[in-house]
Design a protein. Sequence first.
Length: 552
Amino acid sequence: MAAIAKSTEFDAVVIGAGFTGLYMLRRLRDVLGLSVRLYEAGGGVGGTWYWNPYPGARCDTDSYMYNYSFDKDLLQEWQWSGRYPEQPEILRYLNHVADRFDLRRNIQFDTRVAAARFLEGKSRWEIETERGEKVVAQFLITAIGALSAGQVPAIKGRDSFAGESYYTNAWPHGGVDLVGKRVGVIGTGSSGVQSIPVMAAQARHLYVFQRTPNFSIPARHQVMDREFFQDIKTRYDAIWEKSRWSPSGYPFESSDRSLLELSAEERREYLERGWARGGFEFVYAFQDIFLDRRANDIVSEFIRSKIREAVKDPETAEKLVPTDHPFASKRPLIDTNYFETYNRDNVTLVDIRHFPIQEITPKGIRTADSEYELDIIVFATGFDAITGPFNRIDIRGRGGLSLKEKWAEGPKAYLGLASAGFPNLFMMTGPGSPSVLHSYPLCSEQHAEWISAVIEHMRERGVSVIEAEAAAEAEWVTHVNELAEQTLFMLADSWYVGANIPGKPRVFPVYVGGGGAYRAKCDEVAAMGYIGFTIGDRAADLQKLKHDHQMA
Ligand code: NA7
């Protein structure tokens, strides 16, 4: 592996070596010719896919869309094995990308960024790592993901447990031997729902501690042959073009039709067909499912009936049926044999909504009505989403302004890309962009390309500072919030709205207007000379530098 350069001054520092950061590095270094350092907290590339090797971890996007589109040769040479890619396969893909484009020589692994401070006189960012190293860069670009700040609840007695405990987002790379063990899992979000069937097949007994039941659709994962992918590969140009301008970032058909326009029989037939095919595609076809409670109720009730069909014990089935939120107002899930797993003799569903966990003891978990002796506890308890990853870094802009304090009542960023008071800081898939509602590889590429274009624009004009304008930012934040208010996302206590983190302001800082509309907006901003941004010129910068020097 090539040694990483020892410099302390860079054109750009990127934080995070997941999908977003790797492509950002590639653009800045190989297209713009900038000097770049990328800091990554993990020991390898992959981001989410590095940290989450828990049993059953898999992406819920069709594999042929869960890769970059920027390089045609890469698209042709990579071969997925099945309908959805599993965590180890995605990690192999991202390692392949890192090798193929020789990215590692610019990445410093095992290094968490602790702080970043804008040096006003120099118009540079000073970046400090947890090891105390300091470097300076003109641009700071965060590629830190939306679901990377882990959240293991401080349940009373948590550290007193005498057995082993694991968190899905820090799962050991060598795996965990669950065979013959009594395992308790807390959490039934995506990580729980994916891992529970796999853990149940290994454990002596699996206790699932469920606070909120979730809607889930069968994934219908299967191995796909080469011919399937070969066909896709001949059609990739059209698939990407369609996806780039679609709301979700996938080439799904979507229409303005309402599910309510279908007769009861047509709906049933449509939903049954979608259920048999598996995956999210059939629900994306009718946008009113996310907007209109009546359309949503039809889908919600359909899924409830499927849960009752799948689970043999009626009492257990009722506990698994979600009744307190509409479908998709919490992150919708797809699964492989999740509900069927509760038919196994070695699986017990523990209802902690009505009988909450009171304490973790050296022996296991004590709830309000019982005590469970365990060898292993698995926390599948989610994340401080979207803003959490930013709050872990002490980011200070002009006048020492803290980003965390500025965002105390909710994040404020123009296009989700930049925040007033924080010049030359770009946030990939940041709050106010489509991020978690969109295909991540595609929105990563869109941001990387937009950011590199604006940096190129600045370089061509010899200007060195760019900053979002407060008025443009306020207008965008209002727009994002108004759109979110019209959706059903606001009705559930989910990580989307920060409800899983005590004290977090209840906002949904994600642009729900669709990826295509967002892309068009970003393109328009660029075409209008980056309207909404102030782009300073070098002469003014030098003047300021001289002034600051005289004052010092
Ligand atoms: P999620 O979806 O946030 O799920 C976390 C689960 O953990 C959820 O069932 C929570 O119940 C439960 N939880 C969290 N804290 C507690 C406490 N204190 N006690 C009991 N139960 C708790 O995280 P995931 O990792 O599964 O998935 C995150 C995203 O990754 C997913 O949406 C995809 O985008 C990929 P709650 O629902 O809050 O009652």
